[in-house]
Design a protein around this ligand. Structure first.
Ligand SMILES: [Mg+2]
Ligand SMILES: [Zn+2]
Length: 186
């Protein structure tokens, strides 16, 4: 094993809206930031188990002019604060603020934000997962060599066979993620 492989950690690439906090659609009001049921306990457990916690979020409302950059910033700060208050620190939080028409390089399902995290903290993609509530999240994981867990939402008509697991929230996802980590540690 080379030095690089030894320092790379498994990561959870976490969608934010609908996965960690309740999806309010184009979030611009920090007062509406509310954790998804079980998300805080799950983050504590999974971080303690050895996963890096990396948030990857498309915020196209900014690029579409529906969210002011300052509003997006306030929602971000509140989001980080709510989790920090409960003892959860994220290892990275990345946003794509662009609209689809901008044809940027960072918008999910591009692997851009995940590769950025790898450069900054070192990620073992083969032991990592994406968790999200849209098929675009699942695709992002597949584009980066991760496995993917889908929380079915209003945005998903048919999950198909792309997700490795379809889970009804964190109470189902957490044991799967712990088991995967333990198996990869053998
Ligand atoms: Mg989402
Ligand atoms: Zn972008």
């Amino acid at each position: 094993m080379n030095e690089n492989a030894r320092t790379k950690k498994p990561a959870l690439f976490l969608d934010r809206d609908g996965t960690l906090i309740v999806d309010v659609g184009y979030p611009k009001d920090p007062a509406l930031v509310e954790p998804v049921e079980g998300a805080i306990d799950a983050m504590r457990t999974l971080s303690d188990a050895g996963y890096s916690l990396v948030v990857i979020s498309n915020q196209s409302g900014v690029g579409r002019g529906m969210i002011a950059p300052a509003e997006a910033r306030q929602v971000h700060l509140r989001f980080v604060e709510v989790f920090r208050h409960e003892g959860v620190e994220f290892d990275g939080v990345y946003y794509c603020p662009h609209a689809p028409e901008d044809r940027c390089e960072c918008r999910k399902p591009s692997p851009y934000m995940l590769l950025e995290a790898d450069r900054e903290i070192g990620v073992d993609f083969s032991r990592s997962f994406v968790v999200g509530d849209r098929l675009g999240d699942v695709e992002t994981g597949k584009n980066t060599g991760c496995r993917a867990i889908l929380f079915p939402s209003q945005y998903v008509d048919d999950p198909g066979d792309l997700p490795d697991f379809v889970c009804n929230g964190w109470s189902e996802a957490t044991p799967i993620l712990l088991k995967a980590l333990h198996e990869s540690n053998v």
